[in-house]
Ligand binder design. Structure first.
Ligand code: ATP
Length: 358
């Protein structure tokens, strides 16, 4: 068991590209931390730095009270699970799991105990003599997990471990990983670009952008109060509607800002809640996905004038997504009014870099 603490960690690749621009983070003992962000934001680089597979240019990486910057990967007491399982094709499941332990010259009896225990946890008991090619994708992923578990590391590091699986299996394995981590209580750091995976797995969600932490915290807290428009549009699917709000006295100097409302927080018809938002829309497209329906509405040229800040602002025309439960939807071309209460609105500075409390 161990804390992982990063203090102003930076990485500049040979050639001068600064991939990690000063990240500080404290993952408590037994916590599940998820690093999420778009392609190229540096999440794999950061994970590989923690693993010791990349050098750290400056700052300190501390695992279990020991700065590990200069310590070899094998000595860091971590186990990594990769996207492409990297199983040895010619070895049985049993030997794949035992391999790392044999390399460490562990006694065969201890290896046998650990492999059987991991196989039991992962329900691989009946498959121990099979070769990887005789397994399904999900089973292979479990063997990769087993290989990490038998090492009884202080920290698990996961690099997009589910991205090669089909959608249904991804969900099943996501639940498996969370159950397993709760059971083993091993500190875990998990990289993904999938916001849903991040939301459901994380105790601590770290949203990364351009080599920096954009926001960090409990996943629902991040969903409810995104700190920037980047986080607002990255966390939550379909993403939050973001609308430029003109001349609303948002900031002392200029009047402009960005108004945000999630598709699921807009309700059709009804009265406009006091201080809330009402949008007059023409339905342009409808998507029925089963339990809910997405309406793509065009805001009219006339513009709405919500009073969410110092004075009524102007919303220029644009598209708005409304997410309604069930399958009943207005017809294409129909005019609708979508409203949201004030407490469901989000206001940001015009550059999107800061949140303004309403
Ligand atoms: P993805 O989800 O696509 O894997 P990521 O967030 O994990 O993306 P990284 O792989 O960490 O991103 O890469 C971060 C940035 O560092 C990218 O701009 C990438 O091009 C750059 N980068 C990665 N490896 C090197 C390298 N060896 N030399 C120079 N630049 C690199």
């Amino acid at each position: 068991m161990a804390n992982v603490t990063l203090s102003d960690v930076r990485k500049t690749y040979a050639g001068g590209f600064e991939a990690i621009k000063g990240i500080s983070l404290d993952v408590g003992d037994g916590q599940f931390c998820v690093l999420v962000g778009p392609s190229g934001c540096g999440k794999s680089t950061l994970l590989r730095m923690i693993a010791g597979l990349e050098t750290t240019t400056s700052g300190a990486i501390d695992i279990g009270g020991r700065v590990v910057n200069e310590i070899e990967p094998a000595e860091r007491d971590i186990a990594m699970v990769f996207q492409n399982y990297a199983l040895y094709p010619h070895m049985s499941v049993y030997n794949n799991m035992a391999y790392g332990l044999r390399n460490r010259r562990m006694a065969e009896s201890e290896i046998d105990t650990r492999v059987n225990e991991a196989a039991k946890i992962l329900e691989l008991g009946a498959l121990l003599q099979r070769k990887p090619r005789q397994l399904s994708g999900g089973q292979r992923q479990r063997v990769a997990m087993g290989r990490a578990i038998v090492r009884q590391p202080k920290v698990f590091l996961f690099d997009e471990p589910l991205s090669n699986l089909d959608a249904k299996l991804r969900i099943a394995m996501r639940v498996e990983i969370r159950k397993l981590q709760r059971r083993l209580k091993t500190t875990s750091i998990y990289v993904t670009h999938d916001q849903l995976e991040a939301m459901t797995l994380a105790d601590i969600l770290v949203v990364m952008n351009g080599g920096q932490v954009e926001q960090l915290g409990n996943p629902l807290a991040v969903y409810r109060k995104p700190a920037t428009t980047f986080v607002a549009s990255f966390i939550g699917a379909p993403p939050m509607n973001l609308m430029p709000l003109r001349d609303a006295g948002v900031q002392a100097n200029g009047g402009d800002g960005i108004l945000g409302v999630r598709p699921e927080d807009l309700v059709i018809a009804g009265d406009t809640p006091a201080g809330g938002l009402a949008l007059d829309l023409t339905v342009e497209a409808i998507e029925r996905v089963g339990a809910e329906t997405y309406l793509y509405g065009l805001r009219s040229q006339a513009g709405d004038t919500p009073t969410v800040s110092a004075r009524p602002g102007e919303l220029p025309p644009g598209e708005v997504l409304v997410r309604i439960p069930g399958q009943d939807a207005p017809a294409i071309g129909q005019r609708i009014r979508a409203v949201a209460p004030r407490e469901r609105l989000h206001l940001f500075s015009a550059d999107g870099r800061s949140r303004i409390e309403l």
